[in-house]
Design a protein around this ligand. Structure first.
Ligand code: ATP
Length: 257
């Protein structure tokens, strides 16, 4: 579990995050959503320690990131997996070598065991057959799956995903979402995803934090988001005509019952 207590962050006197309180539970897919510029990336950067908030606490299963020394932070980093907007693979390394990279850096296992672990992770994302290929030879969706395999190689307790579906078609996005969701549940990881993708919200949003202009405007689950009465949230979620239509149809169905 990761808990945020009264997180504030400003740049040159301009408040960008204001008193954010939230609990990201383990074994759940936690989504941070909000308009462009609302503060999602700044919040994620504070949580992973790339930015330091001016006030508040960030508790990793009770351990306050903001009070940790270098050694403790290094140990915590070892427990984090990250998936970036671009898959951020090394072009000159094969798929297998990419997944082995964090193991080579941080694990004391033998070469044989590191290969075995990397192959296990590739198998988990259904890509064992592609282990000898290079990133340039596989599709964007496959690259994201390699990034997921690499992120779970060190058996992280915490998984951070920044717009994992960016650049992917809706069908491939669904595959990525389901993969992240099932890995989260299976290994009881505390997963936090920054996303704009409404399909992700409706599909895998076990827990959702909606940020509006730097403050927590709403929190709930994918089931609650659909019937929420918060006007700002509704304007954001139902900005697309298609979703408005779906909501109307659901309401009509409910009235007929
Ligand atoms: N290093 C920085 N210096 C000054 N202002 C910054 C910095 N980083 C972010 N900001 C500002 O903080 C605000 C929130 O930015 P942030 O990138 O978190 O938004 P976001 O919700 O992630 O947007 P998007 O969905 O477009 O990625 C913006 O007004 C942005 O200009």
């Amino acid at each position: 579990m990761i808990q945020l207590k009264s997180i504030c962050k400003s740049f040159e006197g301009r408040m960008v995050l204001e008193n954010i309180d939230f609990s990201f539970d383990s074994g759940k897919t936690n989504l941070i959503i909000g308009q462009s510029g609302s503060g999602k990336t700044v919040l994620m950067k504070c949580i992973v320690g790339l930015l330091t908030p001016e006030c508040g606490e960030i508790l990793y299963d009770g351990r306050n990131l903001l009070e940790m020394g270098k050694k403790e932070k290094k140990a915590l980093r070892r427990e984090m997996g990250m998936i970036f907007q671009s898959a951020a693979l090394f072009d000159s390394l094969s798929v297998l070598e990419n997944v082995m990279f964090p193991l080579d850096m941080f694990s004391n296992d033998t070469y044989r065991d590191r290969v075995k672990r990397a192959q296990f992770c590739l198998d988990r994302v259904n890509l064992l057959d592609a282990q000898s290929k290079y990133p340039g030879e596989i599709s964007g969706g496959m690259q994201k799956r390699v990034a997921i395999a690499r992120a779970i190689a060190l058996q992280p307790r915490y998984l951070f995903c920044d717009e994992p579906n960016s650049g992917l078609d809706p069908k491939t996005s669904l595959v990525i979402d389901e993969l992240i969701h099932s890995i989260t549940t299976e290994y009881k990881i505390t997963t936090i995803i920054n996303t704009h993708d409404m399909n992700s919200v409706m599909g895998i949003g076990d827990s959702i934090l909606y940020i509006y202009q730097g403050h927590k405007e709403w929190e709930g689950t994918k089931d609650e988001v659909f019937n929420a009465t918060n006007e700002r949230l509704n304007n954001f979620i139902f900005a697309s005509d298609l979703l408005q239509k779906v909501k109307k149809e659901e309401n009509n169905k409910a009235q007929k019952l």
